[in-house]
Design a protein. Structure first.
Length: 303
């Protein structure tokens, strides 16, 4: 298998596992009635501890020493509380109050909020391609949540709210850890921030008390924590060794596509033509941004 094909395989498989974990989370909520905070805590603690253990074998003692300095720990806590926790919680709340397909699609509004944030921060108008992306994302979102019938929503209002917040949180999740990721191993940063985030929700675990789960429900949790988090992150991150970041970013569209196709064929989701068009419009913004980044990098290389 050639290097690009390896990268494509890793990226597609990782994002597909993310998408499937949303479907399994929906099934888990419907079957158990447990709150999203409970599942988020369990997911982040299991995956976070395992990722941190993997990082222990990847990271040198010198880097660990620098990582545990007060200034870097403060950055880590800020990222965990304002990046990792919101992105995880809002996404699972969107699934709990809506469905896996809409939650995953609305989460892809993250680039839209990044564009708006950077425009306000730099006090300059967005580029033409950014304006086109914003319009397509907004129109696509309207079509997804209404299925073409503007008189009513196709998903619960809370599902829509938490889905949009998942997009906002995805933006903060992308922007906050940039300095940490420039200096430290990405598996270490991701794993340790998940552990901190999981510990934040331990009161929810204590409050819930003894939870009796059958084998199928335990299987859902195992898939969400291991395949849908641990393996998904490792495969996706490994794809960056073979592909440019913008290419990997475009391939991440397989996450909502997987969640939607599984929901349509196996979970009874009815998708209208207008809703499908809306999905295409939202996901196309990722391709526009990826192609724009690729073009910029190409021009820089020529200079």
């Amino acid at each position: 298998m050639t290097q690009p094909k390896k990268g494509i395989f890793f990226a597609v498989f990782g994002t597909m596992m993310w998408g499937l974990s949303g479907n399994f989370a929906q099934l888990f909520f419907e079957r158990t009635g447990l709150e999203a905070t409970w599942l988020v805590s369990v997911r982040m603690l299991i995956a976070g501890i395992l990722l941190t253990l993997i990082a222990a074998f990847r990271v040198s003692r010198k880097q660990w020493h620098r990582y545990l300095q007060a200034s870097n720990l403060l950055r880590l806590v800020i990222f965990a509380l304002f990046g990792m926790v919101p992105s995880q919680l809002t996404y699972f709340l969107a699934i709990q109050h809506g469905n896996a397909s809409s939650a995953t699609i609305l989460q892809f509004l993250g680039p839209l909020f990044i564009i708006i944030y950077l425009a306000l921060k730099n006090w300059q108008l967005p580029r033409r391609i950014d304006v086109i992306s914003i319009v397509m994302a907004l129109v696509g979102t309207v079509l997804v949540v209404t299925q073409g019938n503007l008189a009513k929503l196709a998903i619960a209002p809370l599902g829509l709210f938490w889905g949009i917040m998942a997009g906002v949180s995805q933006a903060s999740y992308t922007l906050l850890p940039r300095k940490l990721l420039q200096e430290f191993d990405v598996v270490l940063v991701t794993g340790s921030s998940m552990v901190i985030g999981g510990l934040v929700f331990t009161p929810a675990l204590v409050q819930e008390g003894s939870v009796h789960l059958d084998r199928l429900e335990i299987g859902y949790i195992a898939f969400i924590a291991l395949m849908g988090t641990l393996i998904a992150y490792l495969f996706y991150l490994n794809s960056l060794n073979y592909l440019a970041p913008e290419t990997t970013g475009m391939l991440s569209c397989f996450e909502p596509l997987t969640a939607t196709l599984v929901a349509v064929f196996f979970m009874g989701l009815q998708l209208q033509l207008w809703g499908a068009l809306g999905i295409i419009m939202v996901l196309s913004t990722v391709f526009l941004q990826g192609l724009s980044t690729k073009k910029q990098n190409s021009l820089q290389d020529r200079c």
